[in-house]
Write a new protein. Structure first.
Length: 252
């Protein structure tokens, strides 16, 4: 099974995703690369079996369920349309496939693929912050922001500041900032040189969130730092990956 992932040209802070399955994934990818309706993707993620126990029905079941889950999560523009019908599976196989999906949901956010994670409700946000991520901070030219990683998104927290003026050459994420201003998620603050986040806002990466705070391009992976230790986001993320690979998170 594979996923094609890339930016949504119609929504700066959203991704497009296509979910597929096949015996010869390489051939499928070559065909997709020639398909003008799938010219959005710049990343691909594969889910494979460590043995030969997965049948065609297993693959189609996983494909259909992942399409369903991506639609339900509402984080990405799912290019498949509707999910194909679920093939019937024996009860033991059904349980195995659902367990594999749980593993996928656990691993994907760590790899920065968050399109299967359900968006938390406002009432759940505080609890999720405490469970999923420590707090990161970023200060640039007097603009101080705080953020957490929740459900595969990098979430800049309500009350964070963002510079109004940055380099004149800045173009990346400028359309996203305009969208946030139009949506009221960024607003004027009592300090004339800064905007303020009026609510928690999720971004596709630390660099995307950092660019809005900085009003200019910034390497968010090394600029955001843990409040408690000063460790960079990149160091923290690599540590998480190491813990996952040393644990019991192997996909079956």
């Amino acid at each position: 099974m594979y996923r094609l992932v890339g930016p949504d040209p119609d929504a700066p802070n959203r991704e497009c995703v296509y979910i597929g399955e096949g015996d010869s994934v390489w051939t499928r990818l070559l065909n997709h690369d020639k398909d003008e309706t799938k010219d959005f993707w710049n990343r691909v993620v594969l889910v494979i079996s460590k043995d030969q126990n997965l049948s065609k029905s297993h693959g189609r079941y996983l494909e259909s369920r992942v399409i369903q889950m991506a639609h339900q999560a509402g984080r990405a523009n799912v290019m498949n349309g509707t999910a194909p019908p679920l093939p019937p599976l024996p009860e033991p196989d059904f349980a195995d496939m659902e367990y594999s999906l749980e593993q996928v949901q656990m691993v994907f956010p760590v790899l920065s693929f968050g399109f299967l994670q359900r968006k938390p409700s406002a009432a759940d946000t505080t609890d999720l912050i405490e469970v999923e991520s420590p707090t990161f901070s970023l200060t640039v030219m007097g603009a101080t922001a705080k953020a957490c990683e929740i459900g595969g998104e990098f979430v800049v927290l309500k009350g964070s500041k963002a510079r109004k003026e940055g380099p004149k050459s800045w173009t990346s994420y400028k359309a996203l900032r305009e969208q946030l201003l139009n949506d009221g998620k960024l607003a004027d603050s009592h300090e004339s040189e800064y905007f303020i986040f009026t609510e928690d806002v999720g971004f596709s990466s630390p660099s995307a969130g950092g660019a809005i705070v900085n009003a200019g391009n910034i390497n968010g992976r090394i600029s955001w730092k843990l409040e408690a230790t000063g460790q960079t986001y990149q160091e923290w993320h690599e540590q998480k990956l190491g813990e996952l690979s040393n644990g019991d998170g192997d996909l079956e």
